[in-house]
Design a protein around this ligand. Structure first.
Ligand SMILES: *Cc1c(COP(=O)(O)O)cnc(C)c1O
Length: 401
């Protein structure tokens, strides 16, 4: 497991990330190691991607076999794995059809195209889609236009038109923004905003939006790229509110690390695309399908939804007990293993300090510490996350005075 020594700024790789001076080489379960042999507890999971942690024996075995059998063949042919994974996804979501791609932004692009064609099919020439403040949907031109973070958009104008932006959890604001507008075709949001700072949509709000979408014949499109795939303790985070979307983009955790994206659609959106309307070379390849199928199978065999709910409650309860009411702490929030600790001050330095202490996590939206560990995490590891993190937060708060 030897890797090249890390270079602080590579002469050949584009400088697009603010990277930590750490190079990871391998992992096992919820632990990873760097080139120097230092061990870390992984509470980031490659940004909510490594559902089964690292090197899960059942997944490794299945993927090794699939690599040997076939990696890619393209969509000129039927891919049996697509049928199998689509069936697993529709059974768990209560929706009806899936389209496969390779990343989150591609899943969202497909959703945006579905919404526009949904409009065109009923004679709306300039369809408009409702999006949200603090939303994150990806970094393609259309998805960054839908994103509600000016930093993501800066330098990339002109933005794609046809979006109406509203604040989260405010049904009146949504009604007002769309009042008498015949061009609205869809409402598009994350059940729990991830990059925006772990901001959940309330159940009553989701139910209200569902009713509004039904009343106006709009598509309800829920970006579950980060909060979906069992992370919150249900297959999909919106299921806590007892509603169903019409369109649901997925990616991140779906393949436990193998690049994969999907758009799952219900009856209202399942037949909008016909042959020639959409496609992608890599989408639905046999390797990524195997990763998705095995991820779901293993999640069920190992009871990982229940584990995510239990471990999430354990971590959140400990954090709330230790931090709530402390000066400099705004809120501890989230669901299952998607947890945010919002501080009063920007706290990006905590990422490096946690890594120094052997804990991988991220800080998002400037002042929200984000914990999204693998769903296989044990009680002892959950305790360890809290034990390593609390002193770092306490030191940070003391420095702030
Ligand atoms: C990460 C993320 C995306 C973008 O996914 P990529 O695979 O990076 O393109 C879109 N939506 C949400 C909610 C995300 O968290």
């Amino acid at each position: 497991m030897k890797a090249a020594p890390i270079v602080p700024s590579s002469p050949h790789v584009m400088n697009t990330y603010g990277r930590l001076p750490i190079a990871l080489t391998h992992g096992k379960g919820c632990r990873v190691w760097d080139v120097n042999g230092k061990e870390y507890l992984d509470a980031l999971a490659g940004i909510a991607v490594n559902t089964l942690g690292h090197g899960h024996p059942k997944l490794v075995k299945a993927l090794q076999q699939q690599v040997a059998d076939m990696i890619h063949c393209c969509n000129y042919y039927h891919v049996p794995g697509q049928e199998e994974l689509a069936k697993l996804l529709v059974e768990r979501s209560g929706l009806t059809n899936a389209f496969f791609c390779s990343t989150g932004l591609e899943a969202n692009e497909a959703a945006l195209k579905l919404a526009r064609k949904f409009g065109h099919d009923k004679g709306i020439e300039k369809p408009q889609i409702v999006v949200y403040e603090k939303a994150f949907h990806g970094r393609s031109i259309a998805t960054l236009s839908a994103t509600g973070n000016p930093k993501v958009q800066a330098g990339f104008g002109p933005l794609v038109e046809g979006f109406i932006r509203v604040p989260a959890n405010d049904l009146e604001a949504l009604k007002k923004a769309t009042q008498g507008n015949p061009n609205v075709v869809a409402v598009f949001f994350e059940t729990i905003q991830g990059e925006g700072g772990i901001n959940p949509m309330r159940a009553e709000y989701l139910q209200g939006v569902r009713a509004l979408c039904d009343a106006n014949d709009w598509l309800m499109m829920i970006d579950e790229v980060q909060c979906g795939m069992g992370r919150t303790g249900k297959w999909f985070a919106h299921q806590w509110a007892g509603i169903k979307p019409d369109v649901m983009p997925l990616a991140k955790g779906l393949g436990s690390g193998v690049p994969i994206g999907a758009v799952v659609a219900g009856p209202k959106a399942a037949n909008i695309f016909g042959p020639g309307n959409h496609g992608t070379t890599f989408g639905g390849n046999p390797l990524s399908m195997r990763a998705g199928i095995e991820t779901i199978r293993i999640m069920e065999e190992d009871g990982l939804l229940q584990n995510a709910a239990r471990m999430g409650t354990l971590i959140q309860t400990k954090l709330v007990t230790a931090l709530m009411g402390k000066k400099g702490v705004k809120e501890v929030r989230g669901q299952g293993l998607m947890i945010g600790i919002e501080l009063e001050q920007p706290c990006g330095v905590i990422t490096q300090r946690a890594a120094d202490a052997g804990l991988l996590l991220s800080v998002t939206a400037d002042n929200v510490i984000r914990l999204v560990p693998p769903l296989i995490i044990s009680g002892a590891e959950a305790d360890e996350i809290v034990a390593r993190l609390l002193p770092i937060i306490e030191t940070f708060l003391k420095e702030q005075g």
